[in-house]
Design a protein around this ligand. Sequence first.
Ligand code: GTP
Ligand code: MG
Ligand code: NA
Length: 276
Amino acid sequence: DFGIDLVARPPIVTVLGHVDHGKTTLVDRIRSSNVVDGEAGGITQHIAAYQVGHNGQKVTFVDTPGHAAFGEMRARGANVTDMVVLVVAADDGVMPQTVECISHAKAAGVPIVVAMNKCDLPDINEQRILTELSQHGILPSEWGGDVEVVRVSALQGTGIDDLLETLLLTAELQEFRTVDSIPADGVCLEGFMDEGRGPLAWALVRRGTLRIGDNICCGTSFGRVRAMYDDAGREIQEAGPSTPVKIAGLDQVPSAGSRFLVMDDIEQAREVAELR
Ligand code: GTP
Ligand code: MG
Ligand code: NA
């Protein structure tokens, strides 16, 4: 006993899959939001994290791009996650980036739940999808394997509760715990420049609690946390484990995938950033 209490933390679920198979529509549906209509060309180009509540439990979702060009972001998403939702459009089946995503999930060693999406479309051949999945090492539970395949329509909202229940059950079995009473660390999913607020890090807290005034280094950037925003853009004062948060106060735009850490003081934060 080191005198540190472990607390339950929300599971982090990364949504992976081939381009246009419906990842953002699914996350939008779960959040009751509409990110997808604002995307240029209907193509996701960034990784993004959101937290939702379901039956009193929180889940953090990481949406990733499916386009072939964004393999690095899929790998990054798979690396921060506890579980993967593999979205496979039922009218298209297992495609090249589906296969890539399966290998990311397997490399990360995390449980996979398949969301068989677009089940509202006519002439869906479910057996074909299950066959293709098993050919790539994903054996559906209905065929005696260990992967749940949940039928959903992100567009119409069917099967979503089923999917969330399956994810929460999987999370329960894993018992995700962490400490929230220590200085925070986490990972920067995306860095960007905001006209009004300067450099921002869209980050995910892994351990501990991040607070306004904390001195952090984030990759090669550093600064004092001046303001924090949740996934809906609301100002927040602190962010605990598994919380997606936008952090203002860094000296420059941090690079995606870099780790952030709370330091004792701003000089230490500067030194560590310069060493990286
Ligand atoms: P990328 O992030 O660019 O890889 O795409 P995505 O996987 O996020 O797919 P997106 O949510 O952008 O959806 C692609 C298209 O599929 C859009 O036109 C959606 O309206 C459509 N779509 C998504 N889910 C469903 C569904 O359940 N049924 C049907 N019929 N269409 C869907
Ligand atoms: Mg998308
Ligand atoms: Na898309």
